[in-house]
Design a protein around this ligand. Sequence first.
Ligand code: PMV
Length: 325
Amino acid sequence: MKATARAFANIALAKYWGKADSDLNLPAMPSLSLTVTELFTTTTVAFDDGLSSDDVVVSDAAQSGRTRERVVKLLDRVRNEAGVDLFARVASQNTFPVASGLASSASGFAALAVAARVAAGLPHDAVLASRLARTASVSAARSVYGGFVTLDRGAPGDADLAATPVFDADYWDLRVVVALVGDAQKETSSTDGMERTRMTSPFYDAWALTAPRFYGEVLAGVRARDLERVGTAMEASTFAMHACAMASAPPVVYWKPPTLAIYDAVRALRARGTCAWATSDAGPHVKVFCEARDEGSVTQSLRAVDGVTRVLVAKPGGPATLEAT
Ligand code: PMV
């Protein structure tokens, strides 16, 4: 009754930001992501009759409060489906700072969903794991798969919504250069940030109306392997999402001064002829998409930006996998 799974984080090229249904955890708009190497979570789940409650440890720290609650809720679903009535020990390790907009909830809940199902004696099934991961974190549904992955907007009452893999990791040899801006945890979780945006931002309706257009453009660009088309739509999606969030009351601002300096550096790279495009999520870090041949020049430019604490280079990554325990 023990299993270990590893899942990579994913970066949304067309973002979702806002829920159609908070109880079912359904996104209000479609999204498209690339699963990437380097940023991953490894999680072991062991159901154990010696435990009197679920024991949740992330990066060697025992969890209480909201993180633990989300894990326990997911375990409850698995126990229910598998007919298991034991508590579990969950231990999770990440290769990168958590809760800072680097998609740790995506890789974390994808790894947890895959490991928990198998530990409970259920067969591994990517669709069911993606659906289960989505109930805890919408973006986690996408990290069950490798490469380019889409997730539809949630139709009312659609408890079965899962992500769909579109192209495998080897479809396009892109690089994602990740510029880290410190490793502080964010003050506003994505769940709270997007709910405040939906409730208070005067731009939310416009964002919700426009987001599917960015999604369509990104998807068309990916199909054509046209980085300029993908990048243009990805940056538009990013700025629209953040502008909408910043207009909330009180404002939801994830960017720090170095974040904007990185966007400037990326624009300067483009002015010099390098096809590089940036995006960021619920945190200050920036992920820059470029062709493999430009990895060196992009890395060098981002390292030179004041306030950038670390730069790492990721490639398209594969699906969540079970590891030998
Ligand atoms: O579902 P969450 O809480 O992981 O929210 C993710 C939100 C963004 O990363 C900003 C966008 C996205 O589509 O991944």
